[in-house]
Design a protein around this ligand. Structure first.
Ligand code: NI
Length: 168
């Protein structure tokens, strides 16, 4: 159990594609715990993908249950996830622990259906909508070496520097 260092843009490793998980033993469970610890330690804390901590495996974790008025599936541990259906398109603001100084507007599907393996290697089917669907698509992009920066419609209009809050 540990909070791990998060790779930050422009680290070239973030462009790497990750490989499927095939071993569901103790190493995987310890990595899943590290991912959750690291996600919870970050600002926002709604999602993380294994390559962000330098583990190039197809694992994404999403938990938007702490947000008000947000339909959700609770804690989703998505191993080798595959989106099966996409519906609707919506523009929305995204941030990322690997891009700490910026947020950006990205178009994502509003509703998705996906399958993924759980930590025991069993297949689970999910339906996600709204912010949760956006978070899943964002985290799954990391598994293919993509950041939200790669999906901005316009770098001029859709990229925003985060406000820096001075400690009082
Ligand atoms: Ni991200």
């Amino acid at each position: 159990m540990a909070v791990r260092e998060v790779l930050k843009y422009p680290d070239e490793h973030l462009k790497q594609s990750s490989r499927p998980v095939s071993d569901f033993g103790a190493d995987l469970h310890s990595l899943l715990q590290d991912l959750q610890d690291t996600m919870q330690a970050g600002p926002g804390g709604v999602g993380i993908a294994a390559p962000q901590i330098g583990e190039f495996l197809r694992i994404a974790i999403v938990d938007v249950s702490g947000r008000k008025n947000t339909p959700n599936n609770g804690l989703m541990i998505l191993i080798n996830p595959e989106i099966q259906t996409w519906d609707g398109m919506k523009i929305g603001r995204e941030g990322c622990m690997s891009v700490p100084d910026f947020t950006g507007n990205v178009i994502r599907a509003e509703e998705i259906e996906l399958i993924a393996l759980n930590p025991e290697g069993e297949e689970i089917k999910y339906q996600c909508q709204g912010f949760e669907a956006r978070a899943v698509q964002h985290e799954m992009d990391h598994l293919d070496g993509l950041l939200f920066l790669d999906r901005l419609v316009s770098r001029q209009k859709d990229l925003f520097r985060r406000k820096v809050y001075q400690p009082s």
